[in-house]
Design a binder for this molecule. Structure first.
Ligand code: 6R9
Length: 649
């Protein structure tokens, strides 16, 4: 990146020290950074001892054939035993593992003892269906406890699961079943979504037709809706699983035994099957969940609002919290069903103390209004987490103030499907927080920002985020494609993992994430981050949400085009407002960052995991035919945006 605009970065002066009582009893103190720095591998070897091993590892890392890492390779363990049985053995069988809240209002509390029985039955059922160690099982489910049970049952017998988000189409499911060569699919008749049952089984039928090698489909009855049933292939969960014995002795597998494949769509090309293995993955998800949320398993109630179909759900609904013996909430539905206070009602009901959600949700809550969370008792909350996108400083402040009563730390956690677990994040009892910044690599993690030539940038400069040392929960490869694994992540900068994100270091050396590098704009030779322009727009009281893209421009190379959602009272026809917003960005970031066009819209296109799809907005801004819209939550959003557009100059 050239020297450019990153010099006049967004200045964020607000600071929030950890609350004294939290700091006094925090799981992790500043010492952890020192310890990990002095002996990184020793630090991770110590963290691995949080797990129960059938054979303790003696070797921490084998990096003799980079980028193919082997962590704890002579250790053996069973992941499901670690997430379930050992808590029962330790006398915590009566502790609630999952408080399930269905969208229609049904609820179910599952203790660790009950979870152990259910996972054992499901493991026996999979064995009965012919699933063996090393096989793959596809999981296409709503957000219900059986989804976690199915994943743990796979782990228990050493079969890798491939969870496909329930919002994906039959085609997307078929591609993933085929790529992983799954022999069983676990699904349900449907799930509840926005007040009505939404079907899943028909997509499975279609996908299995296309994908070929599936021997059985195991079907949970959730909604009771009518489904087609193929008697030789399909089997009901309540028939098969319920009839199994609740005893199953877990076998220990190698630390590097595959645990799961999770596909990331990427913007182009065939989805990448990200492969995670057992010992290193479980070590890092357990450690980070305990450290970043300061988890006290006896008293805390954790709630991660992600879908299990994404990596956040894998690592911070299933594996991290359960490995730590936590009590958590699992919610099936959407935040506005049946009303816009649903999340806050759930927090009040279960006395949730640790909340983990995404910026897209936070910005939506801001749009809905402060008065909604104000109606509920949120005093149980202790720590608020954010993940998925850069969190705009204003959204961060709103989250802390209106959800956290200006009292709770906010932890902005940067990581990826590929990294498996959190990598860069404040520690709630240690870090003086800066709104909008993920700040520092966690203890034991090495990350920095480099320029085009792979040189580390000095403080105050921007470039590319890289990870400079292997970490326990790193992806091991792309399923079936080692070459693509090397090309995608390890070839841009020799010996370093290229995350694909732009980032900057501030004057203190803290890291700020600036969005995917594909989204960075080049205006008159200056690299400008979409994230920073968006945050500048959102810091204006009239703007609820913003998405910024660079559109081809004859004079400046790219010109900044901003799509904004205005807050309640602001009017889209107010020409003076647009001028004010441009000036506001200019005053915040410098004149070079002033958007050339600002277009008020009612909605923004988002992926199903809640990330803004700037690629489609670029198509709009450049008057092009829209690219692939299949990963959009709601493709009608694009029609709405296009119909609102003034004729392009
Ligand atoms: C966990 C998850 C990964 C991409 C990542 C980055 C963005 C995630 C972020 C963040 C800024 C954060 N991202 N967390 N950007 N600050 N705290 O979301 O995984 O779906 O694979 O997405 O998400 O761009 O590269 P995944």
């Amino acid at each position: 990146m050239s020297d450019m605009s990153l010099a006049n970065l967004l200045k964020e002066e607000r600071r929030f020290a950890p609350p004294a009582d939290l700091a006094a009893h925090a799981n992790v103190t500043a010492e952890a950074y020192e310890q990990a720095k002095a002996d990184r591998l020793g630090f991770w070897a110590a963290q691995a001892r949080r797990l129960t091993w059938a054979t303790e590892p003696t070797e921490t890392l084998d990096w003799s054939n980079p980028p193919f890492a082997k962590w704890f390779k002579d250790g053996r363990l069973n992941v499901a035993h670690n997430c379930v049985d050992r808590h029962v053995e330790a006398g915590h069988g009566d502790r609630v593992a999952i408080h399930f809240e269905g969208e229609p209002g049904d609820s179910r509390a599952i203790t660790y003892a009950e979870l152990k029985d259910e996972v054992s039955r499901a493991a026996n059922a999979l064995l009965h269906l012919g699933v063996r160690k090393g096989d793959r099982v596809a999981v296409y489910m709503p957000m219900i406890p059986e989804t976690a049970i199915a994943m743990l049952a796979c782990a228990r017998i050493g079969a890798a699961h491939s969870v496909v988000f329930g919002g994906f189409s039959a085609d997307a499911l078929a591609t993933r079943i085929k790529d992983a060569d799954a022999k069983v699919v676990i699904t349900s008749d449907g799930g509840y979504r926005r007040g009505k049952p939404s079907a899943l089984k028909p997509a499975v039928d279609e996908a299995v037709e296309k994908a070929g090698n599936v021997e059985h489909v195991l079907v949970v009855r959730r909604t009771g809706q009518d489904v087609a049933f193929n008697d030789t292939r399909d089997v009901w969960w309540h028939d098969l699983v319920a009839a199994q014995p609740a005893e199953h002795t877990p076998e220990a597998f190698d630390a590097e035994h595959p645990l799961f494949i999770l596909y990331t769509s990427g913007t182009t090309g065939k989805p990448k099957g990200i492969l995670h293995t057992s010992g290193g993955y479980l070590t890092q998800v357990a450690y980070t969940h305990w450290a970043v949320f300061d988890l006290k398993p006896e008293t805390d109630v954790f709630w991660c609002t992600a879908d299990v179909g994404w990596v956040t759900g894998h690592s911070y609904i299933v594996y991290g919290p359960l490995a730590n013996g936590a009590t958590q909430v699992m919610y099936e539905g959407t935040p506005d069903t049946p009303h816009q206070g649903r999340f806050w009602e759930i927090i009040q009901k279960y006395k949730v103390s640790l909340l983990y959600t995404a910026p897209t949700a936070i910005r939506t809550f801001m749009k809905w209004g402060d008065d909604i969370p104000a109606k509920y008792d949120l005093s149980s909350l202790r720590i608020l987490g954010s993940v998925g996108e850069p969190i705009n400083p204003e959204a961060w402040i709103w989250y802390r103030k209106h959800i956290g009563a200006d009292r709770t730390p906010v932890v902005d956690t940067w990581w990826q499907t590929e990294t498996g677990a959190m990598m860069i994040s404040p520690l709630p009892g240690v870090t003086e927080a800066k709104p909008g910044s993920a700040q520092r690599p966690l203890p034991g993690i090495s990350a920095t920002v480099v320029d085009d030539e792979a040189h580390e940038v000095p403080n105050g400069k921007g470039g590319y985020l890289v990870l400079t040392e292997p970490w326990p929960s790193m992806l091991r490869t792309i399923w079936g494609d080692d070459q693509r694994f090397k090309d995608t992540y390890w070839s841009r900068f020799e010996g370093k993992y290229f995350a694909g994100d732009g980032a900057k270091k501030d004057d203190d050396g803290d890291i700020w994430l600036l969005g995917r590098v594909d989204d960075v704009m080049l205006v008159s030779g200056h690299n400008i981050s979409t994230t920073e322009v968006e945050s500048a727009l959102v810091s204006h009281p009239a703007v609820a949400e913003a998405a910024v893209v660079g559109a081809a421009d004859e004079t400046t190379g790219q010109a900044i085009v901003a799509f904004v959602i205005l807050r309640g009272t602001a009017s889209a026809d107010d020409e003076t407002l647009i001028g004010k917003l441009r000036d506001h960005v200019g005053a915040t970031l410098g004149p070079i960052a002033k958007p050339k066009r600002i277009l008020p819209v009612a909605e923004l296109p988002k992926t199903r995991s809640g990330k803004i799809m700037r690629r489609l907005l670029r198509d709009v801004a450049e008057n092009r035919q829209l690219g692939d819209v299949t990963t959009l939550t709601d493709s009608s959003v694009m029609d709405l945006i296009q119909s609102k557009l003034p004729a392009t100059p």
